[in-house]
Design a protein around this ligand. Sequence first.
Ligand SMILES: Nc1ncnc2c1ncn2[C@@H]1O[C@H](COP(=O)(O)OP(=O)(O)OP(=O)(O)O)[C@@H](O)[C@H]1O
Length: 351
Amino acid sequence: MPDAVRIDARVEARDVELDLTLGEGELVAIVGPNGSGKSTCIELIAGALRPDSGTVALGGTVVAGAQTFVPAHRRRIGYLEQRPLLFPHLTVVGNVAFGPRSRGASARDAARRAEAELEAVGLAGFGPRRVRELSGGQAQRVAIARALAIDPEIVLLDEPFAALDAAATPELRRLLRDRLRRITTVMVTHDPLDVLALADGVACLSEGRVALQSGVDRVFQNPGTRFLADFVGLNLLHGRVVDDAVELPGGALVTGMAESPLLTDQARAVFPPAAVSLYRAAPHGSPRNELSATVVGVEDRGLVQRVSLEVGSQRIHADVTPSALRDLHLGEGEAVVAVVKATQVALHPVA
Ligand SMILES: Nc1ncnc2c1ncn2[C@@H]1O[C@H](COP(=O)(O)OP(=O)(O)OP(=O)(O)O)[C@@H](O)[C@H]1O
């Protein structure tokens, strides 16, 4: 079976060069810092942008290449953006029927299909309503119905919940998970909960390149890039392998649990911010990692205070209670010892 999406394409003016593959029915989350190329990836698949070189293929058919460019309206793509962008002059059912109609379905068939899609998103009976009578969450449901009414080959989700009330999001995530089963989907998101709830895989972009593509479980255990570590809320320290431990550039040793022998030169130590305790001076006598660190910021997160620390040139976070923080009298620029139990550190070889 051909790949559902195969991008191997370059956009000169943006210095973007993407190499990305999705299998049939797979949902891949595209994550990465601002300007890393996420929108460009979506535009290449949607047909809003033509690559300067290379190809974009959907379902094994080249839709963009040196000799070919299939325009957006000829690609069977369901698109869901932050805001639903419904036609205000059409009814709800008119909005959903628009796609099938413009692809040649009779008015009756298009309306029937639209009603079925509306029912599937929990909006049976909403067909005759005006778009302006809908809540934000309802409008986004209509947009889902509209995107799926054309039997899309690929669905593109561009931060589909970012503009919604937080209360409406879990229900809509569930709905999308059900409706997108077996439909190949590319989702741009800044929210790790979207990834956990919806995605099979993650592609992390950096400076216009795919820095890493991996399964979701893997990324949450072993985020292979600093951006991904921040994204999933874990600390990551990079160093040299010395005697089954990771030696940081400053010379400190980090010991931990390795799932496979560290046979590489380089490795990373991964641990949660809650596993880090802070001390003014090194507490002796326990088999723990002790890292000299400098406080670079404190963020009030309610039940915990998140302390940002620099360990050499690398950044980590410690989640401590407000009372522990008060007792330590910590301020920016101050030196502390960050202590992490070896049993809470996962060591991963870097290939
Ligand atoms: N229309 C454009 N013309 C020229 N350069 C562009 C255009 N749009 C984006 N770029 C550049 O292309 C690169 C990739 O941008 P892109 O919008 O794809 O990133 P992104 O990951 O979607 O960012 P964000 O998270 O901020 O939306 C950036 O360097 C950006 O400045």
